[in-house]
Write a protein that binds this ligand. Structure first.
Ligand SMILES: [Zn+2]
Length: 302
């Protein structure tokens, strides 16, 4: 069973400047409507072949993105079984800790999505550290974008995965997933993962940069942390099916040319990682497809 730990929910209402101004500049496909607007229908299509998923919005005032957590919780209810929601909080807001407590207690959201650079801050800012502290106390895993972004918010120096070493030292029981393996700083990510049992990384978005992905997987294997690399797609930007295909393609090429290739078995294990269990969450029940009910023959009633 494939679990996808990295999928997004938002609609155009949740996006304003400077985010929307930058999208067209960077990528026409990223500003396309099917990327901007996630519905339960489009989500269910794009999540296959994953059967279990983690979905989140983002709250980042510095970037012009604000997805209300109530909207994420409502979306999760609409999508149904197999999908778990994470909250997002903007640590620069005074009520961030209250919002975490509320989303945990009232909305049933099971983790926290952070992107300090999108939020115009550093993971080592005391305002962000109080968020980590609360997450550790409540047992909420944190999905963190600690890597480069195209938008102009924040400072790249604050997006280095190496900074998470200090976070993991301060909060050893906090489970963290470094999104996109901290691209392009994949080596920083794997050495932080090696030192800290509760630091993981996901493969989301990087298949579109095959050199980065291949080096990231080789580095993870060489540093002995491949078992902590989780599958993520970055849907709707990348549909899960395409992400799986790209992983297969990159791994096949690695088997021809890489010093440290990934075996078919290692790729299978990566795709079928028990990610929910590793992140300390119960696996959401997967609702089976409804059985096809044959259309009754109503001829007799005519
Ligand atoms: Zn993402």
């Amino acid at each position: 069973m494939i679990s996808d730990v990295h999928t997004h929910f938002w609609t155009p209402d949740h996006q304003g400047p400077p985010w929307v101004d930058g999208l067209g500049r960077v990528s026409r496909s990223l500003s396309a409507e099917d990327i901007d607007s996630v519905t339960a229908g489009s989500y269910s299509e794009r999540k296959l072949p994953a059967e279990r998923t983690i979905v989140f919005g983002l709250q980042a005032h510095a970037s012009g993105i604000f997805v209300p957590n109530d909207a994420v919780a409502a979306f999760v209810r609409e999508v149904g079984g197999g999908t778990v929601g994470f909250m997002s909080v903007d640590p620069t807001r005074h009520d961030a800790v209250d919002e975490i407590e509320r989303c945990h207690a009232d909305l049933g959201l099971k983790g926290i999505k952070l992107g300090p650079i999108y939020q115009g801050t550093s993971p080592l800012n005391p305002l962000v550290l109080r968020v980590f502290k609360t997450a550790e106390r409540l047992g909420l895993p944190v999905m963190i974008h600690q890597g480069a972004i195209f938008a102009n918010a924040g400072r790249l120096a604050d997006s280095l995965p190496l900074l998470l070493d200090d976070v993991a030292i301060a909060f050893p029981d906090l489970r963290m997933v470094v999104a996109h393996m901290g691209h392009p700083w994949i080596y920083e990510t794997v050495v932080v993962m090696r030192r800290h049992a509760n630091v993981y990384a996901d493969t989301s978005a990087i298949p579109s940069r095959p050199t980065v992905l291949a080096n990231a997987l080789s580095a993870a294997k060489e540093y002995g942390v491949l078992h902590k690399v989780l599958f993520g797609s970055d849907s709707p930007m990348v549909a899960a099916e395409r992400a799986v295909e790209s992983l297969h393609k990159v791994v096949a090429r690695m088997q021809q040319i890489a010093y440290t290739p990934i075996t078919d078995e290692e790729l299978h294990d990566l795709l079928h990682r028990p990610s929910f269990e590793l992140l300390g969450m119960p696996e959401p029940p997967v609702v089976p497809e409804p059985p096809v009910v044959p259309t009754p023959d109503l001829a007799w009633n005519a």
